[in-house]
Design a protein around this ligand. Structure first.
Ligand code: 4NP
Length: 155
């Protein structure tokens, strides 16, 4: 059993996109019983809200349903619950590294380190931009999700 947590700032654009897409790939691979998937934000502004309508619409065009997801904030207990904690950008990764307990034996890093054609580094925040930003997020997330699934399968 692996447990994967995707983390961005608001948990309404990038990390729910990663959550929905990776969970879809896991399901299609028949691994839903062995890989748990969740997402959250380092900030609390949008707790309880569904994903941004632009993220939901862009994901729907590629066959993924983000509508059941609700934003929550990262909490210290997540280090006990998840063994892959994957940040969308370096700012969120720094935030998580500052909270990392001594005993955490899992993988804390950038999600795009699993992209098959690195180094992309960060998933750009699409919140203040236009539709194109959400398509770019989907391109990066789809490729990195495939890479992550391969990595988990070969453990
Ligand atoms: P996300 O995008 O981190 O990809 O969910 C953002 C959503 C909301 C805000 C910032 C980024 N905000 O400042 O409210």
């Amino acid at each position: 059993m692996a447990a994967v947590l995707f983390v961005c700032l608001g948990n309404i654009c990038r990390s729910p996109t990663a959550h929905g897409i990776f969970a879809g790939q896991v399901r299609d691979a028949g691994l839903a019983d062995s890989i748990r998937v969740d997402s959250c934000g380092t900030g609390a502004w949008h707790v309880g809200e569904p994903p941004d309508a632009r993220a939901t619409a862009a994901a729907r065009r590629r066959g993924y349903d983000l509508s059941p997801l609700r934003a929550r904030q990262f909490e210290a207990g997540d280090f006990q619950q998840f063994d892959y904690i994957l940040a969308m950008d370096r700012s969120n990764l720094s935030h998580l590294e500052a909270l990392r307990p001594e005993g955490f034996a899992g993988h804390l890093g950038l999600f795009l380190d699993f992209h098959p054609a690195p180094p992309f580094g960060e998933v750009p925040d699409p919140y203040y931009g236009g539709e194109r930003g959400f398509e770019d997020v989907l391109d990066l997330v789809e490729a990195a999700s495939s890479g992550l699934l391969e990595a988990l399968r070969s453990r």
